[in-house]
Design a protein around this ligand. Structure first.
Ligand SMILES: Cc1cc2nc3c(=O)[nH]c(=O)nc-3n(C[C@H](O)[C@H](O)[C@H](O)COP(=O)(O)O)c2cc1C
Ligand code: SF4
Ligand code: SF4
Length: 276
């Protein structure tokens, strides 16, 4: 039986973190009588991407990442591979969670499961939860009633499996289809929109040089001495845009904006969350 729950996330704009936190808290409440404790860990910011975390077989790990291009964010994948490990002999039980912005989670959940399994976790339950998109105006109605029902269904399933005392088996996701290549973002014209090199701009008439954007960048890519400069890699996560108190950061790359427009045109329907 588990004695501890560790809720772990990479979450530039906070939606995955909120999902993982809620899941960890509700599950811990269900095991309150057994004295199960809860801890939270983030590897979103550079200062949290250093320390190693090993978990024993009596800890349940709830591990969450967002979906980027149908996969888990490729620049955050090394952190999953290098910072976290389970118990090689008895396998640390884990629940894999992804959020996605109302288009599709494609292979992100499968990839997260597989990466965790490689690090001696036993991923016996998983869920993909639809959320508002980080940069396109789609999915704003999430969490819907259906999302909340799926969330409770997954909690029930996880609780049931843990209480059953039966060996935990690796969860099957979408018929165990293998991880697909990265989704290629399209523009409004239906052609690939190549915006890999796009970086946020700063409206200097609004910016008061508070430095917040540099503090929230998961890649540590914004120069804190001159926040107008982005010398490092930009993963387009939108953290600097969301957390700038002055609304001074923005993207003006035409290919990026064309992809955003394509999403807003084609993905207005409400996507469904799924649990496994
Ligand atoms: C660079 C980037 C790529 C994304 N790719 C996808 C995608 O392929 N499919 C999708 O449905 N949502 C996609 N999204 C939306 C995010 O998955 C969604 O907004 C997520 O909840 C953000 O998580 P966070 O708030 O924890 O940062 C993408 C967002 C970003 C920033
Ligand atoms: S967070 Fe906004 S206001 Fe603050 S330094 Fe960055 S761009 Fe300027
Ligand atoms: S500069 Fe790029 S990577 Fe850094 S917070 Fe802004 S969007 Fe994210």
């Amino acid at each position: 039986m588990i004695t501890h729950i560790a809720a772990i996330s990479f979450s530039p704009t906070g939606q995955t973190e909120a999902l993982v936190r809620e899941f960890g808290e509700q599950l811990a409440r269900r095991f309150q009588a057994e004295g199960v404790t809860l801890s939270r860990h983030s590897f979103t910011l550079p200062q949290d991407q250093q320390s190693l975390h090993g978990f024993g077989p009596n800890t349940l790990v709830v591990f969450g990442m967002p979906t980027y291009a149908g996969r888990i964010p490729n620049k955050a994948l090394p952190f999953v591979q290098q910072l976290f490990s389970g118990d090689p002999e008895n396998k640390t039980p884990a629940v894999a969670l992804v959020t996605f912005g109302n288009r599709s989670y494609d292979s992100s959940l499968t990839e997260l499961r597989d990466e965790l399994e490689k690090k001696d976790f036993r991923v016996f339950a998983a869920g993909a939860f639809a959320a508002p998109h980080a940069f396109a105006a789609i999915g704003r109605d999430h969490p819907t009633v259906q999302d909340k029902e799926k969330f409770q269904e997954l909690l029930d399933r996880v609780e049931g499996k843990l209480r059953s005392g039966e060996p935990l088996e690796r969860v099957s996701i979408n018929g165990d289809a293998p991880v697909a290549p990265y989704y290629i973002p399209l523009g409004e014209d239906g052609q690939p929109a190549k915006f890999l090199k796009a970086k946020p701009q700063t409206d200097l008439t609004k910016c008061d040089h508070c430095g917040k954007c540099a503090q929230v960048c998961p890649m540590g890519s914004i120069n804190p001495e001159n926040t107008d400069e982005v010398p490092g890699i930009c993963i387009k996560c939108q953290a600097c845009i969301k957390y700038c108190p002055k609304g001074a950061k923005y993207f003006d790359d035409p290919r990026f904006l064309s992809h955003k427009a394509m999403l807003e045109k084609n993905y207005q329907r409400t996507a469904e969350s799924e649990v496994f």
